[in-house]
Design a protein around this ligand. Sequence first.
Ligand code: SF4
Length: 629
Amino acid sequence: MSQDTPTEPVAFDHQAFTARLPESPGVYIMKDAKGAIFYIGKSINLKSRVRSYFSGGDSRPFVKRLDKLLDSIDVILTATEAEALVLENTLIKAHQPRFNVMLRDDKSYLSLSIDPKGVWPRVEVMRSRPGKKPPSVRHFGPYHSSRALRQTLQLLNRHFMLRTCPDHVLNNRSRPCLQYQIKRCPAPCVFEVDRAQYDEHVHETILFLDGKTEELKLRLTDRMMEASEAMDFEVAARFRDQLRAIDTMMEPQQAEVAQDIDQDAFGQYREGDRLTIQALFVRGGRLEGTRVFSFKDHDVPEAEFYSSFLNLYYQGGNAIPHEVLLPIEIEDAEALADVLGGLRGGKVAVLTPQRGRKKELVDSAGRNAENTFKSQQVGGEQAADLLEKLQKRLKLSRWPERIECFDISNFQGAQVVASMVVFEGGQPSKKEYRHFKIKTVEGQDDFASMYEVLERRFKRALTGEWPSPDLVVIDGGKGQLGQAVTILSDLGIHGVDAISLAKSRVDPGSTGDAVTRSPERVFLPGRKNPIVLRQNSAELFLLQRLRDEAHRFAITFHRQQRRKATLRSALDDIPGVGPGKKKALLDHFGAVKKIRGASLDQLAAVDGISIALARRIFAFFNSEAALDP
Ligand code: SF4
């Protein structure tokens, strides 16, 4: 195992970086060359938001200086924009980036605050980022909606016995207000109020806002019992109502908010022998941060790897949470939990969640790991290394700059289609991907279909319409490779390497628990025995990725074709729509999809379609749930 190597800053190439960013919600963290965070932002679309910093339209002073300031950007993906907002706030609080303080747009901030050291503290609504406040002031939020904030405030004002009036009212009252009359405030504006008791209310308010509801409920229950034993039923009833209100308020949140515990969720992404692990740190139910670990030459079995990785990580002095959430089962989970529990001085669970919020956290960590991995790929040198290895290992006659992989897909022998995916410089070049509908082959004959596809593809190379590949990869064994070699020879094409990648097979004779599989094999022309590339090697991973991409692309196209055919034939099922009317409808609308979306008036406007028939067609498509894509 290589050393823990957190993200290394590299010279910042914003075009390459933004090209790899996903169009999903998350938080971006800008750092300078020393690794100091100078700005944190969130967006519903990370790609377009981060790209906008480099398009020249942002006049903020620090954006103008980005070329000098910016060394790297970390991103954390979130499931929703709301989650991004909360995370952004947490990170801003934790890191206090210098440009956020001065420049952030405060409109989205809606939070509550209380100063426990103030004069008769009260809960205040903050509509913007807090300005200069005494350090004792506690802030809670942001709230995603004013409704959520209003509900919280309403509950506090009804049940927590704090004043609601602003300071100038407090200082100038000669009589208590209605709050006192309805027993929601002890009226410190006028009366001598027991300071210790008021402080108790402040403390309980903070417990509630901190989400420490279990602790709060225990306290309130104790006090309710005391009041009841003292026959002070009015006070006991007040505590009872307070407890009920808290329960009602917390109910809808139980499903989505984790309990008030700390969790570290780990996710991973792997390509060949390179592995990225990303940890998400949840503190008190809130996502507070993340950390990335990258490993090269990784070939230790995953379960074994996690055991030693977690051991090293936590023994190294990192904070140990209540729960460690992992993407895979590890054998010594219990032993590890004991060790961590000993270090932490309390119970620790090491879990592999299968569903619910914990599973979502692990999945989110995995998505983040994948994103980090991809954003760390510097392309150039690594890709060159990989292609060189591939050329050597497979004894290719030329540098495999442009690789094309072909796959055939059919449905019960019918509607045969093929895909061609293209990798340039070791990376997918999606704009070059092509589909083919097989035209000359009857039924299911993969060899003949492959011949047709390659013939059509290479004729385009001969006419100069499409560039020639350096390497052709066929999904299959010796037979499929034979087709490729034949067509290249038939068309007189030289200098193109061809190989085939055969899937692993279950070894004959292996049964039950002892089932074993052969490794994947690469067939080369003129060579009897296939080459077996090292498991987890980057070269094998590249070929697998090509094959899987070709398969995915073929299947997607195939599904589209089938759906179109299903829709087209659906017209035949409508009573009264014969060949003539079907043609009239298709000529008018151009596609069945459009007929399906047409209004009654639009259908009736077609030549030869009566109102009654238009009604029938409309009813057919608008109640034909089975045809929904
Ligand atoms: S009773 Fe007095 S302290 Fe309480 S809210 Fe009214 S004015 Fe303020």
